[in-house]
Write a protein that binds this ligand. Structure first.
Ligand code: ATP
Length: 467
């Protein structure tokens, strides 16, 4: 691995899915780090949000590497939402990796390897590279027709100009394909990255603005570039250490990033990458951007994982670690000892602890309101009040789940707005935790392996009485 493969990482795009937390766009704090009542999708939980905001400030000032935060609170009180809010406020370049502790226990790799990969997903390297580009307006693309159809690879010529010069370049099959993919035609201003051959369309030349009617309003018009056609340009791109690891350790590295089939990465590969990154840092070519690693359900980790975390936090490149749990005093996995949150005391001692509080009725109403907007569900005020009542009596998460189901029930009866009847219908169709427990108690003889003693589980919640 003489040279690290980096150009491939420039093409990585991050995909976001609509999900339980898609309405969270930040922590909803003002410039003095005071939480606004409802902002950026966040509601209530003011002291936890304020504490998270201070930690963010420390991260931005680079003063937190190696420290860790514990977000502790009852189920459904927004621990993940707060971690998500932190990530969103950090901006695009700061990496945020999120895992649930149970994901560590897989058959494909050791626990510590899985943790190590998560740590390296949360550390980015901002790399400055000089590259050679050909930038100008396309005058003509000429593709030669092969004498016998399909006999030879396509070749052709590309004529490009700046305001001062014109040049002709020979085209091979790969370049012809790239130009075709970008739908490049004469009059477009393009940039070609010489080492990789990547074509980027910058816009359409102003000289072609009279074609506007034929092309449509979405086209961006740009000036024809001046100066030389070939220039050296500095480009900056940000990749995580994990992405560099994977691309350099597998033949199918780039694809492995998408399939998630990364396997174990050899220690030597990581050492070589770390040495190279250290060299780049010394030469001023790269900077480390420590991000956030969020581990949910941290009580599911065992004693070996905890000691790994303790050690990993000492590393000078460590990201900030945020962990969350809804457990009180419980057994540390892999031992017979109990401790607060199931976390060993030595690690607990390193953590800044943020607690989340149960929501008030008003908070639940507002969160449900935001979720209805997020899911594009129109709901009558009365039905929203009923849903809030259900949220208070059962759990916020159960009430959130009912939104989509009620919207489907409404659609089925060809209604436009979700009404009380839709909420009642789905409330009767889907049980909340307490009603499900009651049901199991009543009909336990009909189930296999039933043990009545499990009923005092810790997820809590009571059934709502519908008016
Ligand atoms: N303060 C808040 N503002 C807006 N939405 C919130 C807030 N708190 C929670 N939510 C939403 O409520 C739902 C449940 O919250 P979340 O999953 O964050 O709880 P949790 O504390 O992580 O639960 P658990 O302990 O079960 O993992 C999510 O859809 C979340 O986005």
């Amino acid at each position: 691995m003489a040279d690290l493969k980096l150009s491939e990482t420039r093409d990585l795009t991050r995909i976001e899915r609509i999900g339980a937390h898609s309405h969270i766009r930040g922590l909803g704090l003002d410039s003095a780090l005071e939480p606004r009542a409802v902002s950026e999708g966040m509601v209530g939980q003011t002291s936890a949000r304020k504490a998270a905001g201070i930690i963010l400030q420390m991260i931005k000032e680079g003063r937190i590497a190696g420290r860790a935060v514990l977000i502790a609170g009852q189920p459904g009180t927004g621990k993940t939402a707060i971690a998500m809010g932190m990530a969103k406020s950090l901006g695009l370049e700061t990496p945020f990796a999120m895992i649930s502790a149970s994901e560590i226990f897989s058959l494909e790799m050791s626990k510590t390897e899985a943790l190590m990969q998560s740590f390296r997903k949360a550390i980015a390297v901002r790399i400055k590279e000089e590259t050679e580009v050909i930038e100008g307006e396309v005058v003509e693309i000429q593709i030669d027709r092969p004498a016998v159809a399909g006999a030879a690879l396509k070749t052709g010529k590309l004529t490009m100009k700046t305001t001062e010069m014109e040049g002709v370049y020979d085209l091979g099959a790969k370049m012809i394909e790239s130009l075709g993919k970008e739908k490049v035609q004469s009059g477009d201003v393009i940039a070609i990255d010489k080492p990789s051959g990547k074509v980027t369309k910058l816009g359409r030349s102003f000289s072609r603005s009279r074609d506007y009617d034929a092309i449509g309003p979405q086209v961006r018009f740009v000036q024809c570039p001046g100066g030389e056609l070939q220039k050296r340009k500095e480009i900056v791109h940000c990749v995580t250490l994990h992405e560099i690891d994977v691309i350099n350790s597998r033949t199918q590295g780039f694809l492995a990033l998408f399939t998630g089939d990364t396997g174990e990465i050899r220690a030597e590969v990581r050492e070589q990458i770390d040495t190279k990154v250290a060299e780049w840092r010394e030469e001023g070519k790269a900077e480390i951007v420590p991000g956030v690693l969020f581990i949910d359900e941290v009580h599911m980790l065992d004693i070996e994982c905890f000691s790994f975390l303790n050690r990993a936090l000492e590393n000078e490149m460590a990201p900030i670690l945020a962990v969350a749990t809804n457990r009180g005093i419980t057994t540390i996995r892999g031992t017979n000892y109990k401790s607060p949150h199931g976390i060993p005391i030595d690690l607990l001692d390193r953590l800044l602890i943020i607690t989340t509080q149960p929501y008030t009725k008003d908070d639940i109403h507002k969160i449900l309101d935001i979720r209805c907007q997020e899911e594009d569900v129109e709901i009558a005020e009365e039905a929203k009040a009923l849903l809030t009542h259900i949220g208070v009596e059962t759990s916020l998460r159960y009430a959130i789940h009912l939104i989509t189901a009620a919207a489907l029930a409404c659609q089925k009866r060809k209604g436009k707005v979700v009404e009380n009847e839709d909420i009642t219908r789905v409330y009767n169709l889907f049980l909340d935790v307490k009603r499900s427990t009651q049901y199991l108690m009543e009909y336990q003889e009909q189930y296999m392996f039933s043990e009545a003693s499990i009923v005092d589980g810790d997820e809590g919640g009571t059934s709502a009485k519908l008016p």
